[in-house]
Design a protein around this ligand. Structure first.
Ligand SMILES: [Zn+2]
Length: 196
């Protein structure tokens, strides 16, 4: 219960804050009359309208890309410590569907929601093309590099190169500095450390 005495203090505080609030509001209204600010508000409104369209189109585009990819499946361990099929070409993976089926859709990113909706319509993959378990980002980066050097490579050969590259990474011990350089060359995060 707020005492009458306290209520007086609260009223006085409110009155002070309210005055300041209204003054700032008036000042903002004044600024909104300036041509440059008018322009700013107009651009913000346009930007917001475009953002929605852009997001919808991005979702459609990704959906189409996932659907049209001739997937090359590898196996990776996700951040929850669960094995997951991952396409090294487009990044499509089953974590999104697994979490959706467990009612954890809220934890998915926009891209992962798109993935889940693509996978819902497809039969489950139960055979990997790549015979090594490997971090998703690393596998995708290696595939991308192989594709850069051999644009016309077929999937089977690409898999062979990828497996060799992965085995070299695992068997040949290098210094931390060289690991950092390798991550940089592959376009991985500077602190990437999931080589094994
Ligand atoms: Zn794919």
């Amino acid at each position: 219960m707020i005492s009458k005495n306290d209520l007086e203090y609260i009223r006085a505080d409110f009155s002070d804050i309210d005055k300041e609030y209204r003054n700032i509001e008036k000042e903002i209204w004044g600024l909104e009359e300036l041509p440059i600010v008018k322009k700013y508000i107009e651009l913000q409104a346009k930007k917001n309208a475009l953002a929605t369209k852009r997001k919808n189109l991005y979702g459609l585009m990704k959906y189409g890309e996932y659907e049209n990819c001739n997937h090359l499946w590898g196996i990776s361990m996700d951040e929850y410590g669960e094995y997951d099929y991952v396409c090294v070409k487009c990044g499509l993976n089953y974590k999104s569907l697994r979490l959706t089926n467990r009612g954890k859709e809220d934890s998915l990113s926009f891209d992962e929601r798109v993935m889940a909706s693509v996978l819902k319509g497809q039969s489950f993959v139960n055979d990997a093309d790549i015979n090594l378990v490997c971090d998703k980002d690393l596998a995708m980066a290696l595939y991308k590099k192989i594709k850069e050097h051999h644009p016309d490579i077929d999937d089977k050969t690409a898999v062979k190169y990828l497996e060799i590259a992965l085995e070299d990474i695992r068997n040949i011990e290098v210094s931390e500095k060289r690991k950092k350089n390798r991550a940089k060359r592959l376009g991985l995060r500077h602190d990437f450390n999931r080589w094994k």
